[in-house]
Design a protein around this ligand. Structure first.
Ligand code: 4AD
Ligand code: MG
Length: 430
């Protein structure tokens, strides 16, 4: 007998194997019991026939409850109808721990109930599939930047200053002064780009946003590349290559998971660079033509992003936003300073903005002016200002929100399922 994981079951056709896992579900038809066994790597059906194993073993197994931990012994048999292509002819089942009645039964539960039991909900096939897709996206992101000459630089989480405006900062005591949880690693990546050329960070970021939408988390993970000597246009090209690469990898590695999630794969197969672009000016016109009450200078709400996305079947870049509604560090258009050299990438099918990016201000005087206009405390930004004093260069970067990307690729209604333990406006537990 060899120990195996369900994911590797195909290598053991005809052999006797040991699998260590949990009982996901069970049904019985008198003389046969069907056990749904999960081990983290997959699900497989085990079949136990009374006449083959004898009364004692058969009755012992009858007592095992849902989510009890078990070690099973059986022979691997090809079964075309099974999702894994195989099933187990069970010889014996060893009970490791007997679980009392499992709170998440088969019946439908409300979202609040499931969220309160997130630590258990994570075991269900759908949640497992989502976590596996998330894992692929993270690995693909690291791989993409690694292959393209970027260096991973970890940004601090406790910071003295804001990156994305001061309205949604999480404040905390830092001995005899104040610190803020990072909203973005970007400013630090700008420093690192001047040291290493092409860099990226990937870590948790925090927004004390009082928004209760299906796209907002309080704590979310962001992948933020930053590139020296890269201007606006090249920045967009990196983004479309990056997003195409991620989708390609998920299609390569997670077919079965996407099936569990009922995801329409043809929509994802279409996601290949280049991506369409629309200027903010034209996006406003498009929204007005569709009857939306929006004026030049307004920021987009979620419904606006959805309408824009509906006009395209790939992610779309909205470019050249009004300077007044964007962050202090974005470079104004040289001929049209009322707009910035920035773009948001809007995902298809109503999933909203997944990337925010821009060329950064490289000019010292202009940066000082913008810091002042935004009423930011200059002292806290002195180090950032230094980057424009010592060898300033044109540079650009962007941030991709991991959870919104997972929601889009998996086809989920809400970001709460995209992260193992979501932090929401009204939720810090578990
Ligand atoms: O557009 P944002 O705020 O951009 C930045 O933070 C830049 N400093 C990034 C950079 O240029 N290095 O955020 C970037 C992305 C958004 O497009 C979105 O995908 C995600 O981060 N995001 C959120 N995801 C979940 N919940 C929230 N509250 C989010 N806020 C932003
Ligand atoms: Mg944004």
């Amino acid at each position: 007998m060899v120990e195996t994981r369900i994911a590797d079951i195909a290598k053991h056709e005809g052999q006797e194997v040991i699998i260590k896992g949990w009982l996901y579900n069970k049904r019985s038809s008198g003389k046969i019991q069907f056990l749904q066994i999960r081990d983290g790597s997959g699900f497989i059906q085990g079949v136990m026939v009374k006449n083959e194993v004898g009364e004692e073993i058969f009755n012992k197994v009858k007592e095992i409850t849902q989510e009890s931990s078990i070690i099973v012994y059986g022979t691997v048999k090809r079964e075309e109808r099974a999702p894994s292509g195989f099933e187990l002819l069970l010889k014996d089942v060893e009970l490791v721990h007997l679980a009392p009645t499992y709170p998440i039964a088969k019946k439908e539960h409300g979202v609040d109930f499931l969220m309160d039991h997130r630590h258990l909900w994570l075991r269900s096939p759908r949640q497992v599939a989502i976590m596996r897709v998330r894992n692929t996206i993270v690995n693909a992101a690291r791989e993409f930047f690694d292959k393209n000459g970027f260096t991973l630089i970890d940004a601090p989480i406790l910071t003295p200053s804001a990156c994305e405006g001061t309205t949604n900062l999480f404040e905390t005591e830092y001995f005899d002064t104040k610190a803020y949880l990072s909203q973005s690693g970007q400013l630090y990546m700008e420093a690192a780009a001047m040291a290493l050329g092409k860099v990226y960070c990937f870590g948790p970021t925090f927004r004390a946003e009082k928004s209760k939408t299906r796209r907002h988390l309080i704590e979310f993970w962001m992948i933020e590349p930053e590139m020296a000597y890269v201007e606006f246009e090249e920045n967009l090209q990196v983004q479309e290559q990056f997003v195409s690469y991620i989708v390609e990898k998920v299609l390569e590695k997670n077919r079965q998971d996407l099936k569990v999630l009922d995801r329409d794969i043809s929509k994802l197969e279409n996601i290949k660079a280049p991506f369409p672009r629309i200027t903010y000016d034209d996006a406003i016109k498009l929204l007005q033509e569709k009857g939306e009450d929006i004026q030049w200078g307004d920021d987009f709400g979620a419904p606006h992003e959805t309408i824009i996305a509906e006009s395209f079947d790939k992610p779309v870049f909205v470019t050249h936003y009004p300077t007044d509604i964007k962050a202090f560090y974005m470079k104004p258009h040289p001929q049209r300073p009322e707009v910035v050299l920035a773009a948001d990438l809007i995902a298809p099918e109503g999933y909203g903005e997944i990337i925010g990016g821009s060329e950064r201000i490289a000019d010292l005087d202009l940066l000082l002016k913008r810091i002042e206009e935004h009423n930011l405390p200059k002292e806290a930004y002195q180090w950032y200002i230094d980057l424009r004093t010592y060898g300033s260069v044109p540079h650009s970067g962007f941030g991709l929100g991991l959870e919104r990307t997972v929601a889009w690729i998996c086809g989920l209604d809400h970001v709460r399922e995209t992260i193992p333990f979501p932090r929401l406006l009204n939720r810090l537990y578990p």
